[in-house]
Design a protein around this ligand. Structure first.
Ligand code: NI
Length: 498
């Protein structure tokens, strides 16, 4: 039931075989959706060695929230560089627009990503940017393409055969917009790289042109996209554009032929057999009513530092709680499997790290549910804890958590590892503030945070501490769904140890 309820909100553009009417494309036997501007996103786990990068700001008092996630591909340095340059540009621009440290609700920049194509012929990464500046959200998309053969990254217009092709595409798009109502400003469509910065193909090979909010009509219109029929657009494509179009169509054909579901990105796979026994949800052997316990918690990953952190935790014989971001978890399930196998607990940190306290119930439920599905697909267990991004909690979030059987967890020791540049300072902050029952906030996306871990373990162990997962702090009393936990000392009747 839970899955069903979320499915309607899952990924605006992700295609589900049951969720939309299907019609045969005149060009092929591939079924195309009744809404042809839908793009089939590719399961990121299909790219070996794909990792995720995260840029953040806002766990302290800077007055703005920033969370940027983008993929890093092993054999695509030019693409990685293009994505990095783009998100850094967006971050800079956002900083320039948000100077008031007291603005409330806080302005927010959020960037998430999808794979719009993946083959040996073409890879496409679609960045989806959402900006909140005090009233409502504005969304924009930008799609970068990569030619694996040439090792070259191009912007979306690189799919086209020069300026003339862009002019002709502009005309075709205006024609397509004719029946979209009077609010759409067809004449506002101009042959500019800025407007044509998010081009991808649907499974039938039609070119999907996506416009940003407010770009060619009132902001209230929401997503505006058109699909230009594949045959019409074919003569306008560059050699690489044709290669990309073919590869997306071929992949769709393969999917139709093969046994795989049409969209595997958000499928919940049943509990896999042969996995290591998931020990992370089991009560540990430490009785925190008697022993001095602390819970190390790591947010925002998994990322490039996570495997090294797991090595260090294993060496230090310490267990921890990982609050993973869904978009990262879905791309790197093997890291979640390792966490679980090594006795750590995996919690939910939302799908793309938006401030959930600004979101309506339906969006909160979508973000929580998609992440839950990604974690369950990886380790065969649903998470029972959620750390709200930025520690921001609303009544709506509590309600969703209560309904989903999830306890909310913040922290009472902030190592400031988002700001500190030296591991030594992170260690000092952690050790100085630690107390029995402490929930210690760290982030496994930062090198310095991971560097700090061996010394934190050694010095706290020297003071007699045991390292447990968050639920172990609460012992047999357990944790209640919908309740907010900020410290292992706050349970009624629990005597703080000194
Ligand atoms: Ni976070």
């Amino acid at each position: 039931m839970r899955k069903k309820r979320f499915s309607s909100g899952i990924a605006l553009l992700a295609l589900s075989a049951t969720g939309c009417g299907l019609a045969a494309s005149p060009e092929s036997s591939v079924m195309v959706p009744a809404e042809p501007t839908m793009i089939d996103f590719v399961d990121p786990t299909s790219i070996p060695g794909l990792s995720t990068r995260t840029l953040t700001e806002g766990h302290s008092a800077e007055g703005r929230y920033v969370h940027i996630s983008y993929p890093e591909l092993r054999n695509a340095p030019a693409l990685n560089e293009a994505l990095r340059a783009q998100v850094e540009r967006q971050w800079r621009e956002f900083r320039g627009r948000t100077k008031d440290p007291h603005a409330y609700p806080r302005p927010e920049l959020n960037v998430e990503w999808q794979l719009a194509a993946e083959s040996s012929q073409a890879i496409a990464v679609r960045l989806r940017t959402s900006v909140f500046l005090g009233a409502s959200w504005g969304n924009s998309t930008r799609t970068y393409w990569f030619d694996p053969g040439a090792g070259k990254a191009v912007e979306s217009t690189g799919l086209l055969d020069g300026k003339d092709a862009l002019n002709r595409l502009t005309e075709l798009v205006r024609q397509q917009l004719r029946n979209r109502g009077s609010q759409v400003e067809r004449d506002g469509v101009t042959a500019s790289g800025d407007q044509f910065d998010s081009l991808a193909f649907n499974r039938g090979g039609d070119l999907v042109v996506e416009f940003d909010d407010c770009q060619i009509g009132p902001c209230s219109l929401g997503r505006l996209a058109v699909a230009v029929p594949g045959q019409q657009v074919r003569p306008l494509l560059s050699a690489f554009g044709r290669q990309a179009q073919d590869s997306v169509k071929d992949r769709a054909q393969d999917i139709v032929k093969g046994p795989a579901p049409l969209d595997t990105t958000h499928e919940v796979t049943p509990t896999p057999t042969g996995l290591p026994r998931a020990v992370s949800n089991q009560a540990g052997t430490v009785d925190c009513a008697k022993a001095k316990c602390v819970a190390l918690t790591f947010d925002d990953g998994p990322g490039p530092q996570t495997a090294r952190l797991l090595d260090l935790l294993r060496k230090g014989q310490a267990r921890a709680t990982f609050f993973t971001v869904g978009i990262n978890a879905a791309a790197q399930p093997e890291l979640l499997r390792r966490m679980s196998a090594e006795g750590h607990l995996i919690g939910n940190h939302s799908w793309a790290h938006r401030d959930l306290s600004k979101q309506p119930v339906i969006k909160i439920a979508d973000s929580v549910g998609r992440t839950e599905a990604a974690i369950e697909a990886a380790i065969g267990q649903k998470p029972t804890l959620l750390r709200p991004p930025y520690g921001a909690v609303s009544q709506e979030l509590r309600d969703v958590a209560a309904q989903e059987g999830i306890a909310l967890v913040t922290w009472d020791v902030d190592t400031q590892d988002q700001l500190e540049e030296k591991a030594r300072d992170i260690v000092d902050l952690a050790v100085r503030q630690a107390h029995p029952g402490a929930i210690i906030l760290m982030h496994d996306i930062h090198r310095e945070s991971v560097d700090a871990v061996p010394d934190i373990i050694e010095r706290l162990r020297g003071k007699g501490y045991s390292f447990v997962t968050v639920p172990e702090l609460y012992g047999p009393a357990g944790m209640q769904a919908g309740r907010l936990y900020g410290s292992g000392n706050e349970l009624p009747g629990k005597q703080p140890l000194t």
